[in-house]
Design a protein around this ligand. Structure first.
Ligand SMILES: [Zn+2]
Length: 336
């Protein structure tokens, strides 16, 4: 293991304890208490039971996030049992997917210290959750009540440099989670970044101007990503850090938390447009037809590439990751 860092704040862990990146309630809910995290990967060099898949954290950071875990569990259960949830519930669920996605990215660096040197992460869980535009797409699968938990795309070359997107199977529910700067803002009607100039190609640091928003929804919300026809997809624009430049009436009418710069939730059922705004208390029922076709890893690689292609701020490393991801995708398609 590499030098210890708290996976929430990135600093040396204060009063160190251990964080389950896949929470214990989820391990129990999916019947994985006795299983190996890497059992899906026949070539895996590491073997760790889910219950011991833990990483260093400060006690204080960890307890802040265990409150979030307690709140999100009933939301996920409602989603998976077809009960209704509110816009605020979905925003919380998206926070949680941010946490898991960034957490899994950082665990790669614990297993491979060289990777941490190469990547030099410039955010950790606490500096990323709820800070950047995001989307979550949900499908139900025809698995006749099968149990389990699997992650797709968390060790691809592109994900290692830029943890923008992954897929996750929780029992018979299939989730696509993604987050990227300016991924959702323009086509949910918010102001957008224009004239983007990458000032540091190594890190992807950029400068840009801000253009007035269209003040209306344009479908598809993410140009390169068309959701499955039997899915429900949520989009959330987040403009923290640039509040002073972009707040207009439309933005305010579509915002859950002005101080944090968190826009509200936009929801799309199926894939034929029809994206609507949800007020924080508006309820939505998630009843889905089960899909038969899915491929956890291939879907994740394709999804990462789609998000990358529209990204304004790619660094050299993510471009290389994208090229290798493309080769992987071609191989996967040939093997079919
Ligand atoms: Zn910490």
């Amino acid at each position: 293991m590499s030098e210890k860092f708290c996976i929430f704040c990135g600093k040396e862990p204060k009063n160190k304890n251990l964080e389950h990146v896949i929470p214990q309630w989820l391990i129990k809910m999916t019947g994985r208490e006795k299983e190996d995290v890497f059992s899906l990967y026949p070539d895996a060099e590491k073997h760790i039971p889910f219950m011991r898949f833990t990483f260093p954290a400060c006690t204080e950071c960890n307890s802040k996030y265990s409150k979030m875990e307690a709140l999100v569990k009933p939301v996920l259960e409602r989603v998976m049992s077809g009960q209704s949830v509110t816009g605020s519930d979905i925003s919380l669920l998206m926070d949680w997917f941010d946490k898991v996605r960034v957490g899994l990215w950082l665990t790669n660096m614990y297993f491979d210290p060289k990777l941490k040197q190469d990547v030099q992460p410039n955010f950790y869980i606490d500096s990323r959750v709820g800070k950047v535009d995001r989307m979550l797409s949900v499908q139900k699968l025809d698995l006749s009540g099968g149990k389990g938990i699997y992650m797709g795309g968390t060790s691809t070359p592109l994900f290692q440099y830029s943890p923008t997107a992954f897929t996750m199977l929780i029992n018979d529910f299939y989730f696509f989670s993604a987050s990227r700067h300016s991924m959702v803002m323009p086509r949910t009607g918010f102001p957008s970044l224009v004239n983007v100039k990458v000032v540091n190609p190594e890190t992807g640091l950029f400068e840009s101007s801000i253009a007035k928003g269209r003040n209306k929804i344009t479908n598809p919300v993410i140009q390169s990503f068309i959701p499955n026809k039997d899915s429900v997809t949520f989009y959330q624009p987040i403009y923290g850090g640039i509040q002073n430049y972009i707040v207009d009436d439309y933005v305010l009418e579509h915002t859950y938390d002005k101080t944090k710069g968190q826009g509200g939730i936009f929801v799309q059922k199926g894939n034929t447009g029809n994206t609507k705004y949800l007020q924080p208390d508006d309820k939505i029922g998630i009843r889905l037809h089960a899909c038969k076709k899915y491929d956890l890893e291939q879907d994740a690689v394709r999804f990462q590439n789609q998000i990358h292609e529209r990204s304004l701020t790619n660094s050299i490393d993510t471009r290389i990751g994208f090229a290798i991801n493309n080769m992987l995708l071609k191989q996967m398609e040939l093997q079919k």
